[in-house]
Each structure stands twice: as structure tokens, then as C-alpha cells.
Design a protein around this ligand. Sequence first.
Ligand code: URA
Length: 207
Amino acid sequence: MSMQSDELNHIAEQVRACTRCVLYKQAINAVPGEGPANAEIMMIGEGPGAKEDQLGRPFVGPAGRVLDEMLASINLKRADIFITNVVKHRPPNNRDPLPEEMEACRVWLDQQIALIQPKVIITISRFAMARWFPNEKISAIHGRARRFDNLLVVPMFHPAAVLHNVNLRPLLEADFKKLPQYLYDNPRTPPPAPPQQDEPPQQLKMF
Ligand code: URA
């Protein structure tokens, strides 16, 4: 196992022992997130639901099935991405996570992002989206990548929203279809910088 995945496992262990906010008290399991340490794509949801809480794994309930279908439509698998949530313990009755809970949990997400250094982050919840796109509306910006240094962030509809509103499904599908191009557009190793404009032009050799 690589050093990176050891470190990712270490973060997961710390998440399982986390008492930084009250959510651990009513949860069955922590859901640290899962996927390869060298994943190019990271997806960030809101928080574990009932099934995720039972199993300690992200997106294993109905929303997870939608996610699998979307990934399959672009020939990707779960194992190709790292998937996690803004909060790592289930909020009781799936209520919205509170600002102080998200703030307390942020250290884990920050460490996961810093370690994995994905090319593309897909936010699939409004709380994940708010970190990069405060005060913007998902209906206006879904599927559009924005660059933050070496990272592209793409806000998308939550797969669970598709279950409640079938009209969103083609929009989510179309947004997923853009992903391969975003990956292509954002190589991990940037191409060499073009020569500096202000360098003096080379003297032409006279023969
Ligand atoms: N919804 C989320 O936002 N995250 C999960 O892990 C499951 C459902």
C-alpha cells in the first residue's frame, strides 16, 4: 500500500474516533469516505443517511444507486473515484448539518483533499457547493467547472434530488457527460510554461 493510502486510512481511523461535534452520539458508524488515494475525481455529498450509517460507507442507499448509474453512463466505476461527505456522521433523521458541525468536521475533508489532490471535485450537495460557490444557485451553475488553482470544481445536482424530481435526471446525466473532458482539460502535471514573453529574442545566426 502506498504512503498516501496509509495516510488516508489514518484519517479514517481518526474520523471513526471523532467527538469534535455531537453527531457521533446518535450515529451507529462514522462514514469517513472511500476510494483510491490517487483518485482523479472526488465527490462530496452532504452527510451519511440511514443506510450509510448502518454500513459505514458513503452512498450505499438509493442515492448511491443513481450515482452508480451516472458513473456507468461515462464508463466509470465507484472504484475510480473518492467519495465522501461534508459531515462524516449521520445527522439525526437526516436533518441538515449545522454550521458548527460542518466547521468541526472540516479538518477531515481538508486533509482528504490535500492528500488526494484530485483534478476535479464534484460537489453533490448544497453544503459542499457553498465552500467554493457561496451564494450561488445550483440551478444556475450546475455542470459548469470553475478553476481554483490546479483544481476544477463542478457543482452538480444531488443524486437523491433525481429520485424526487425525474426532470432533473437528464440534467444530471448531461453534467456527468462533461466529466471526461474536464479531466482531459486539467492534467495533473501542468504542461511546461511557455517561454517568457519578455525574454530577449534570440539573435539570428547569420551564415
Ligand atoms: N447522501 C449524501 O449526501 N451522502 C451519502 O453518503 C448518502 C446520501
